[in-house]
Design a protein around this ligand. Sequence first.
Ligand code: LCV
Length: 259
Amino acid sequence: MALVLKRIDGQTGIITLNNDAKRNALSRALIEELIAALDEMTERQVRSVILRAQSGVKVWSAGHDATELPTSGRDPLGYDDPLRRAVRAIATMPVPVIAMIEGTVWGGACELALTCDLLVATPEVTFALTPAKLGVPYNTAGFLNLMNAIEPPLLKEMLFTARPIPVERILYHGMINQIVPGEDLEATALQLAATIAEMSPMCIALIKDELGTLAASRPLSAETFERLQGLRSRIYDSQDYREGIRSFLEKRPPRFRGE
Ligand code: LCV
């Protein structure tokens, strides 16, 4: 079964996450198909891409596939991790990616959705940032992406509590473009795509690249980066990290001991 469906409607690419049985968890296999679909859309010179799940889902994506998080002392969110590759693929796509969201969004899927250029969502949508619930040391580039999308007080509330945040607050904080009823969601995303298709594609590509490059340009000394990496490695080498993943697999609340 294809984990990701793809089709082209006029000048718009439409990519559908298609693994509801696993709540569209961002597994290595699903990400490979997602990146291949994005590459194909680039080759077919679409003017924008809509990233969606199947209509009526309760979960847009449950985030990183927690069963694939390493417990061998390796960085769980290293540069070549599937989630990291998917985020970069969307960020470097030369055309706007429109996240068309219904259902709940979890963990790394929040970063994936917020990396999209435009977001439209139904009123039932929630976003939950879950590293602290799983005991995962989120990575520096990922935090920078989240900082570019979410103001510090709300970002810290989301990270410190891992609580799902209702989409009204998400909209209030400018993290998404529109909330529309479910029956209007697809038409709204397609209308955005159609308007973008009327613009100069060279200018659209420049705007996306320039804004992304400027947002990511935060100087960080080698020593500071290594200090943060050292803090992260202490976590992914910790008992708490292994407990977080074990608790997920055993479908029970984690019991963290701070070691
Ligand atoms: C693998 C899954 C997952 C899943 N992985 O359905 O941001 S970080 O740092 O935390 C980052 C590392 C990250 O993104 O970590 C993952 C964060 N995600 C979460 O914490 C969400 C975990 N999932 C859930 O809380 C529930 O599954 C939700 C609320 C999303 C949906 O609940 P629901 O009752 O509708 P189930 O829990 O029954 O899940 C259906 C199937 O999908 C699998 C889950 O193991 C189950 O598989 P089986 O039917 O084989 O038991 N699944 C769900 N999420 N992240 N697999």
